[in-house]
Design a protein around this ligand. Structure first.
Ligand SMILES: Cc1cc2nc3c(=O)[nH]c(=O)nc-3n(C[C@H](O)[C@H](O)[C@H](O)COP(=O)(O)OP(=O)(O)OC[C@H]3O[C@@H](n4cnc5c(N)ncnc54)[C@H](O)[C@@H]3O)c2cc1C
Length: 415
């Protein structure tokens, strides 16, 4: 694998940095203030800024070239360094229409949607006119094993009727959220991985009710938030089902692979920014007659952080490259690896930076708290670390035992 960014990435990244310097970074402080003063409001500058990014062709870069005309034509490998830069500001990926959970939903529709579904929902999502949410997790069952999910999707004539309760439905409170993708059971008696289906539910359908907003470490992440949602006798036309009954797991695989790698790409950028902050701070302060930067313990923390960020970045690039060349299925283990490595690394690097900052580190004067929290909650979101390790461990043992030459002789068995 060649580690150099190709000419396309170099060019787009330099345009992206210029755009971020001119339009995004100057608004960071204002957004933090706005989020505290009127959290439900979408900042007024956001839509004009999206239009500016779109007009500049800095739009939908997340959707890889395999989607033909729908895609701006980048590979995952080319997109990774761009997502890394967007990740440095929490709301920046929205400006470029590259924000979760819309990106995952767009990939689902692009990959599995009918022509009508694409026209009705994918088009406005790709245009950045509407937002969306993805409803899989449920409060009453351990949802990291999605076979537990209990929401019912029942056929009734030309309709499906949905009943259940969801939570952690990110983005559902966003004023522009118009479409939900809901996972539930169409056939609870069927084979374990063929019971589930996914269905599109227009946000304003009768019976969709946000019961409460859930905070993440005391922050509601508005506008958008994470809702607990009751689905009571929610009726949608049968053509809202995606792909077909019993295909929910197949779709989930298609959705979560790319979604996970995008989160990891952004987190590498967040961790990198935390290290920038740490390096600046320790170089500016003195204790006991010495710059903080000159203490051996601090240099070790800086050095460790740099190593860990670079390791994580290279692993993400390898996963992206493998998806491009061999498909998401072949990259399954690498996607699990980055999901295990990158959020934990981000939280750790941010934690070290916070410590090196002293009191300022836990304030809102820097993005460090946000970065720490992103790394921490993404050890749970998109599937907890343990589940990825459980599967990666199983695959690894199987692969090692299956390989032609298992290089593990017991010396006491050799004559
Ligand atoms: C900020 C945030 C946003 C989210 N956004 C969305 C969203 O938009 N849509 C959506 O559907 N969901 C969303 N989620 C939900 C998230 O995907 C789930 O929380 C996650 O999959 C875990 O499911 P659970 O909460 O039911 O935990 P459980 O399944 O109850 O698991 C709890 C714990 O059990 C342990 N565990 C489970 N399995 C194993 C194992 N095999 N080995 C060892 N230990 C294990 C782990 O420690 C795990 O954390 C979001 C979550 C957060 C925090």
């Amino acid at each position: 694998m060649n580690f150099e960014y190709d000419a396309t990435t170099v060019e787009l990244r330099s345009r992206l940095l210029a755009f971020m310097d001119e339009h995004v970074y100057p608004l960071e402080k204002q957004v933090i203030q706005l989020t505290h003063e009127s959290p439900d409001e979408v900042p007024a500058f956001l839509e004009p800024l999206k239009q500016k990014a779109k007009a500049a062709g800095m739009w939908n870069w997340f959707l890889p070239e395999e989607y033909g005309e729908l895609s701006p034509g980048l590979t995952n490998l080319e997109y990774a360094p761009l997502a890394e830069e967007m990740g440095k500001v929490p709301w920046a990926s929205t400006v470029f229409n590259c924000a979760a959970p819309d990106t995952g939903n767009m990939e689902v529709l692009a990959k599995f949607g009918s022509e009508e579904q694409k026209e009705r929902w994918l088009k406005p999502l790709l245009d950045g006119e509407i937002r969306s949410a993805f409803l899989m997790t449920e409060p009453q069952v351990a949802s990291s094993d999605a076979t537990n999910i209990e929401t019912r999707i029942e056929r009734d004539g030309d309709s499906y009727v949905i009943n259940g309760r969801k939570w952690w439905s990110s983005n559902i409170s966003h004023p522009r959220c118009e479409m939900l993708i809901v996972m539930g059971k169409t056939d609870p008696e069927g084979p374990r991985h063929a019971q589930q289906s996914m269905i599109i539910v227009p946000r304003d359908t009768a019976g969709v009710e946000i019961v409460r907003d859930l905070p993440v470490f005391n922050d509601y992440h508005h506008p958008g938030g994470h809702g607990e949602v009751a689905l009571n006798e929610v009726r949608v036309s049968a053509d809202h089902l995606i792909l077909g009954e019993g295909r929910g797991f197949e779709i989930a695989q298609g959705r979560l692979g790319p979604g996970r790698i995008h989160h990891c790409m952004r987190l590498v950028g967040e961790a990198d920014r935390a290290l920038d902050y740490m390096c600046r701070r320790v170089s500016e302060r003195e204790t006991f007659g010495k710059r903080v930067a000159d203490y051996s313990s601090i240099r070790q923390e800086v050095a460790r952080s740099r190593c860990e960020i670079e390791q994580a970045r290279l692993l993400v690039l390898k996963a992206a490259d493998t998806i491009d060349r061999e498909g998401a299925k072949a990259a399954r283990d690498l996607i699990a690896m980055i999901k295990i490595v990158v959020p934990a690394m981000t939280a750790k690097v941010a934690d070290r930076a916070i410590q090196a900052f002293g009191g300022k580190g836990v304030s809102n004067d820097t993005p460090l708290v946000h970065i720490y929290i992103s790394g921490r909650f993404l050890q749970i979101g998109d599937g907890p670390d343990e589940v990825h390790m459980y599967q990666l461990g199983r695959n690894t043992i199987k692969q090692r035992l299956g390989q032609e030459r298992l290089h593990a002789p017991y010396f006491d068995e050799i004559d």
